[in-house]
Design a protein around this ligand. Structure first.
Ligand code: GDP
Ligand code: MG
Length: 684
């Protein structure tokens, strides 16, 4: 940015600045000014041959602007003209271009006017207006009217404003090669017919243009106002605090010459790129007359002639602008080229990522089968193989681990019934004795009726029967979440598939859940009705436990022995309460130990079988049923059909069109810049 500060005065006190400035003016007449003086104002170009070098670069920028590359968020180096209403913006542009723009009371510039000035060898000026995708040829006599007509076409009749620009191309002999944007002037108070929020509307447009770092702010100030009170100064200071990209043009020097020198030398408002004082065309003056009057004014006016010649006159302004423009273009273009390339490749990538547009049922079928295949693979990874590369951070989708955690909980819950506590010890054998009493019959002693065992077993089975049911219910609910989430992820490019796929998944899970519930019910029923195991552990455990029977009976039969017996698995047991049931205790102990030994087997069966059942069900689901169910849902006799896959979802269609448009624009832009990339920027 530093290189842009072309005319920033040294830092010194305002008084010293003024003194120095005056002294310099007396002593020195700048080279530039002498050159302008020597030339005949009438036919000399106002800017030197510098033009020819920068021209191709400026043309490139203008072409990019014409392509509307700004829509892609790529900012172009732009000289933006801002100023309060009637500060003389249009007049300054007019002076630079040597033409007449609409002028008048109230708001005249109602849309951004991009003005492209191009030096042209042809002595007859050529003027064109470009707006709403059309080009209209015009001429110096008609230009004011044509701009009004175009403005009405863009912003409507009346006094409303619009952010859509109008481009004015002026090809004329001697004009500087410059592109500038004239913006509507800032008004605080709406005039009749203007919308209430005119200030907000205008500030929004102005801020849009001056905020980018690539913009140079040409702040037009009227000599007769206090600069620090200007809205345009406040705005430019908001986006360019140090003023390093702000240049001030002071108009109406003729009207308020008093104190102007002091004002521009004091620089109270931080104008980094310096001031140029001008006098524009007044009334019906011709352009040439106006320039002559201006030169005369700054040469001969007692006050104005004291201002340094490098700070006065339209030719100086033109020269400065051309230099500044060259500097920013040179600085910005490489970055613009880079941005175009970056955006282009990002957009191309994004377009490629968009789902293919399907044109035939066969294509739809292929895509559908691919989706199914990849969904199946994902499910196999997370549900069967325990590979989580597709979901590194989603713990919910680390299914084998989650299933394992839940399964361990299930097993713990089943076994929690086995824990012996004080309470169960206080009632040791009482349940068994009660059942024995109820199943008494006329029969041989020491003959344990089967009914006793079954009754006690059934009680225990009933006690835990809710646990496996609850577990399968929870497990399939979890499986539903996983299945739906995986399937939807694979369908995300074809929203048409989502509802049927989700339906198929839900139906399938409902079926699987029901199967598991039926299975659990069968298992519980089997345990209820029969008692069998071939496992040797049953006898081992029973024998081990029976070893304590003799001790127990001794204690019960001998009132002088201790009331406490220690029995494996049950700990210390106070047997006082059993002394009254002497006759039944032996049998009761026997049956309790049988149940205890057998219950170990039952629980193990419940856990093992559940594991096998679940793994089997899940594998079946992944390997066969999921696919079948979804195919049935979509292409079966009652299926909703694959035809819908052929209609592209509106959101994708829109995205695709937007990307295509943007890619086209960026490609064109790339072609535009390709032409100048051969030229080394260092040449300028
Ligand atoms: P804009 O609203 O900022 O575009 O201002 P205009 O260019 O329309 O100018 C507003 C008024 O100020 C017009 O009547 C111009 O003729 C007048 N004006 C602009 N510049 C000068 C100047 O340097 N000297 C004098 N005397 N009048 C000027
Ligand atoms: Mg104007």
């Amino acid at each position: 940015m530093g290189s842009l500060i072309l005319a920033k005065e040294e830092i010194m006190s305002p008084k010293a600045k003024i003194d120095t400035a005056i002294m310099m003016n007396v002593l020195k007449i700048s080279e530039e000014h002498r050159k302008y003086e020597e030339q005949s104002v009438h036919d000399a170009p106002i800017v030197s041959s510098y033009n020819d070098k920068i021209r191709p670069l400026l043309d490139t920028v203008d072409k990019l602007r014409h392509l509307k590359i700004m829509q892609e968020g790529i900012q172009l180096p732009t000289i933006v003209v801002v100023g309060d209403q009637s500060s003389g913006k249009s007049s300054v542009l007019e002076s630079l271009a040597g033409i007449s723009l609409p002028r008048g009371q109230g708001i005249c510039t109602r849309v951004p006017l991009i003005m492209r000035l191009q030096n042209n060898p042809n002595p007859d000026p050529e003027l064109f207006l470009e707006f709403n995708e059309k080009i209209v040829a015009t001429d110096e006599d008609k230009i004011a009217d044509d701009i009004s007509v175009a403005t009405e076409e863009i912003a409507g009749k009346g006094k409303g404003i619009s952010g859509n620009p109008l481009t004015l191309i002026v090809k004329k002999k001697g004009v500087p090669d410059l592109t500038m944007v004239d913006l509507p002037g800032i008004t605080r108070v709406p005039v009749r017919g203007q919308p209430e929020d005119i200030y907000e509307q205008i500030s929004k447009i102005i801020m849009e243009f001056i905020t980018p770092e690539e913009s140079i702010i040409l702040n037009v100030l009227s000599a007769n106002v206090d600069f620090s009170t200007c809205e345009s100064i406040r705005m430019s200071q908001r986006v360019d605090k140090t003023g390093q990209r702000t240049l001030a043009v002071v108009t109406k020097a003729d009207k308020s010459p008093e104190g102007l020198l002091e004002k521009v030398t004091a620089d109270d408002v931080n104008i980094g790129l310096g001031y140029v004082c001008v006098r524009n065309r007044i009334g019906d003056e011709s352009y040439e007359e106006a320039r002559a009057e201006e030169a005369n004014l700054f040469d001969n006016h007692p006050l104005l002639s004291k201002i340094n010649k490098s700070m006065v006159g339209i030719p100086v302004l033109a020269e400065k602008l051309v230099k500044i423009q060259a500097t920013i273009i040179r600085r910005c273009l490489p970055e613009i080229v880079r941005k175009i390339n970056d955006k282009l490749s990002v957009n191309v990538q994004e377009l490629n990522k968009l789902p293919k547009h399907l044109n035939s049922l066969a294509e739809a079928m292929t895509t559908f089968l691919q989706i199914l295949g990849s969904a199946k693979e994902s499910l196999r990874k997370i549900l069967v193989q325990g590979e989580f590369d597709e979901y590194p951070d989603a713990e919910d989708m680390h299914c084998t681990a989650r299933l394992r955690v839940n399964f361990d909980k299930y097993s713990d819950e089943l076994h929690s019934d086995n824990v012996v506590d004080d309470d169960s010890n206080r009632n040791f054998l009482l349940d068994e004795i009660k059942v024995l009493e109820e199943t008494k019959s006329i029969g041989l002693p020491n003959f344990l009726p089967k009914a006793v065992f079954l009754t006690l077993l059934q009680r225990k089975v009933k006690g835990i029967s809710a646990i496996p049911l609850d577990f399968v219910e929870k497990t399939w609910n979890y499986m539903e979440d996983v299945l739906v989430s995986v399937l939807l992820r694979h369908c995300e490019n074809y929203p048409q598939l989502i509802s049927s796929t989700r339906r198929a998944a839900k139906n399938l899970i409902a079926k699987k859940k029901q199967q598991s519930i039926n299975w659990v019910n069968d298992v519980v029923e089997m345990e209820n009705l029969t008692d069998y195991t071939c496992h040797p552990e049953y006898s081992t455990t029973w024998n081990k436990l029976m070893a304590y029977q003799a001790t127990l009976m001794d204690r019960i039969n001998d009132p002088y022995l201790s009331n406490v017996v220690c029995i494996e698995r049950f700990g210390d047991i106070n047997i006082a309460h059993l002394r009254g049931f002497k006759g039944l205790v032996k049998e009761a102990y026997d049956v309790k130990m049988r149940i205890t030994a057998y219950w170990d087997i039952v629980l193990r069966r419940m856990v093992d079988n559940m594991a096998l059942h679940l793994l089997f069900s899940i594998k079946n689901l992944v390997n066969k049923q999921m696919e079948r169910e979804i195919i049935e849902e979509l292409v079966g006799p009652q299926g909703t059909g694959l035809e819908r896959m052929l209609e592209e979802s509106p959101s994708f269609a829109e995205k695709r069109n937007k990307l295509k448009k943007s890619i086209k624009l960026l490609k064109e832009s790339k072609d535009v810049v390709a032409n100048i990339m051969d030229i080394s920027f260092e040449d300028y």
